[in-house]
Design a protein around this ligand. Structure first.
Ligand SMILES: Nc1ncnc2c1ncn2[C@@H]1O[C@H](COP(=O)(O)OP(=O)(O)O)[C@@H](O)[C@H]1O
Ligand SMILES: [Mg+2]
Length: 256
């Protein structure tokens, strides 16, 4: 089967990484393995939310591939593919790859292309890809992570967050991704009315304010290991069911 990829974005601090980690866990619980978790935020912390460690990011690898000697008998492309595979963190039910900081000066188009190719090769092994993006969606704009099958735009219930959510939706359209479905995830919802939602968003997914998420944050324990019964987890488990149905439908409409 082809992987179904979910790109998560939204204003900083609205809960993208929390949602991403809980979604990865929910997909695994639902037996949809393996999942590839992609940390596309330069301030990578998805690994912490998932409880794994990263050795190196793709950003650092990209620099290395251009400054280090390539082993004899190997071309640059194979070398980068090899490094790419090596930077994968393998865990139970999922793998994680962190993109790191976008490169500074110089032309890295060649490397970026290789990354895109490697990413495509890599994705083939997965049922789901969950991408934790930064608000600017740098990697989406560069095409490094390909066209997602679904956007999750995370917002707090405040007016500013929702405004940003609408801007991100427009940005996705201007990048030619207007046909990709968008689901608004209203995180840290405390029961306030939803009359001020822009009509462009359909029915939002409501993720309640959850003291267990806060405790995990304070204790520094991975949010993906929340105890069962967490209200935020329950909401994301439901969302995972919706996403699994979308993936099944995608395979039905256009078989791999
Ligand atoms: N549903 C929730 N209930 C309580 N706290 C939450 C919830 N979602 C996120 N948080 C807290 O909000 C903060 C920001 O979340 P995070 O996922 O890191 O946001 P982002 O990745 O968008 O910057 C964290 O301290 C996190 O623990
Ligand atoms: Mg984050």
């Amino acid at each position: 089967m082809r992987p179904f990829s979910v790109a998560i974005s939204g204003k900083g601090g609205t809960g993208k990484t929390t949602v991403a980690a809980l979604l990865v866990r929910s997909l695994i619980s639902a037996g949809q393995v393996p999942v590839l978790a992609v940390d596309a935020d330069p301030n990578a912390n998805l690994h912490e939310a998932l409880g794994v460690e990263i050795q190196e990011t793709l950003g650092s690898l990209r620099e290395e591939a251009f400054t280090q000697q390539i082993p004899p008998g190997m071309n640059r492309r194979d070398y980068i593919s090899l490094c790419f595979r090596k930077s994968l963190v393998e865990a139970k039910g999922f793998d994680l790859i962190a993109m790191g900081r976008p490169e500074g000066t110089g032309c890295y188009c060649f490397a970026n292309n290789l990354l895109t190719t490697s990413m495509q090769l890599l994705e083939r092994d997965y049922r789901f890809v969950v991408i934790d993006n930064e608000a600017g969606m740098e990697h989406l704009a560069r095409g490094t992570i390909g066209i997602p099958d679904l956007f999750l735009v995370v917002s707090d219930p405040g007016v500013r967050g929702i405004r940003t959510a609408a801007r991100i939706r427009n940005l996705a359209r201007s990048l030619g991704l207007g046909t990709v479905p968008v689901i608004l995830v209203l995180n840290r919802w405390k029961g306030t009315p939803l009359d001020n939602l822009p009509a462009v968003f359909g029915k939002p997914v409501l993720v309640p304010e959850d003291p267990a998420v806060e405790s995990a944050d304070i204790e520094g324990s991975p949010v993906a290991s929340l105890p069962p019964g967490s209200t935020a987890l329950a909401a994301i488990e439901q969302l995972a069911e919706t996403i699994i149905r979308m993936a099944v439908e995608k395979d039905r409409v256009s078989p791999p």
